[in-house]
Design a binder for this molecule. Sequence first.
Ligand SMILES: [Zn+2]
Length: 296
Amino acid sequence: MEILAIDIGGTSIKFCISDENGNIFNFKEYDSEAKKGAKHLIARIIQLIKMNYKDFQAIGISTAGQVNNEEGSIIYANDNIPNYTGMKVKDIFEMNFKVPVVVENDVNAAALGERNFGAGKKYKNFLCLTYGTGIGGAVVCNSGIYRGFNGSASEFGHMILYPGGRKCTCGFLGCYEMYGSTTILVKKALEVDKKYVSGRDIFEGLERGNTELEKILEGWVSDVVYGLVSLTHIFNPPAIILGGGVMEQDKLVTLINSKVKELIIESYSDIEIVKASLGNKAGLLGAVSLISGILR
Ligand SMILES: [Zn+2]
């Protein structure tokens, strides 16, 4: 069977065709033009599909925003995609393409992708965190997603790390993502030198032995680690998978792993902290597993 997988983000839209085993072909990526609003975005996706793809038997969608998985609608999306909140994504695509459609939040989808095709293959239970503009979280429980009461569980980025601390986009003060996101690391590094505009630049700077930068990284890693330590104590998972571009640095994941183990209660120390292995295809492969899931 041919599954059309779509990954809808604030900056890009990705597409591919896949079989049930996650063999991807015809991968394409486009600017999402999300700032023009959800209506434009969805119309653009439909047009791109009609242009590039036919003969698929189901559509799996991984998308930014909180998703009502049963209805395939958007419970809440921030201003990265204006007017996306409330959109009935599943209905729209089913009406246009007359095939079954499943919709899932992007971090949950990435976690499912890792579970079925990537770093999570050997675990039935694990946590997945992605570090980027914010910090996304997912709980994989018995190989499925733990969703919470109304589908909004696992907002690890909004755990309060420092009460009364920095103001978060969610309105609270001191959230984890205001200290541990890649955005914050880059913001701090930019104060050292304007050339550090991405995680990659920062790690190149560290290779050259910039001590100021080392200090910044140390502080940021410490905050990342405190979040992970709390989550380890709450969930007692066998593994935590770390995703997001910055976590592609092996050295960083090794450092985080050793710091977590220094701090956690000893009886939790069997935990494995590993990096995600699917890169920017995790969401797409998660969308594929959603479809394989309903077919089983
Ligand atoms: Zn927050």
